[in-house]
Design a protein around this ligand. Sequence first.
Ligand code: SF4
Length: 262
Amino acid sequence: MSDSRALAIEYLKQQRLLGGDSVILPGGWADGQTGRPEHDAAAAEPAPAVPPMRPSAHPPAGISFDPPSGDLFANDPIQRTASLEDIATLIAACRKCKLCEGRTNTVPGEGPATARLVVIGEGPGRTEDETGRPFVGRAGELLTKILEAIKLPRDQVYICNIVKCRPPENRLPQYDEIAACLPFLYRQLELVKPKVILAMGGTAAQSLLSTKQSLGSLRNQVHRFRGIPVVVTYHPAALLRNPNWKRPTWDDVRIAARLLDN
Ligand code: SF4
């Protein structure tokens, strides 16, 4: 080994003792040696074969090697439903929020799975709770007339609510009750695939569109829920209390009718 190489090795050793970074010499030494006897001896022997990697049947606890395969929601019973009847069965047994405590019947919704229009209200009232049907009583009769005015028989429309159990004393559904119940509505909309959604009342509109905007600012325009056009208007029960809202409601319903005709 030349003097210059011996000096260089000595210099690098000093640098390493002083905390310097490792140095990799390109191409190694000209004579195939590293300058360190233990390495040089090992380099003279053939390298041992690398054993093949075998997947461990039992990975260490707490470490995930692979993301779960398939659909993350595959075990969600709501997502596994294949029909509106399946959803109604789940709703009948549901106790996910405190509204289950005071209900007489659940009110899942009614109408054909092929409906082009879905009407969504707030929640069941007294008559709905007693019958298990949405939009019955005077508000329901008014809805039937509104639909007939755009030449849409009620039995061709899917009608449901944001919450499927009656809030006590007809109070507004609370945030946690809406959050617990919305997955049923989402699945109903996935199965029906309507051409247009008519959200009636502030609770229906705000819950579906995830907004706090007032009904007044949401109506008279077209929104979208997962690509489906949504028209917002007053709830028939509100129209019974305030007939002045019939005219703007008619304007909104005609927007929905035009979208259906397109
Ligand atoms: S309102 Fe909806 S989430 Fe609450 S108990 Fe009834 S079905 Fe279940």
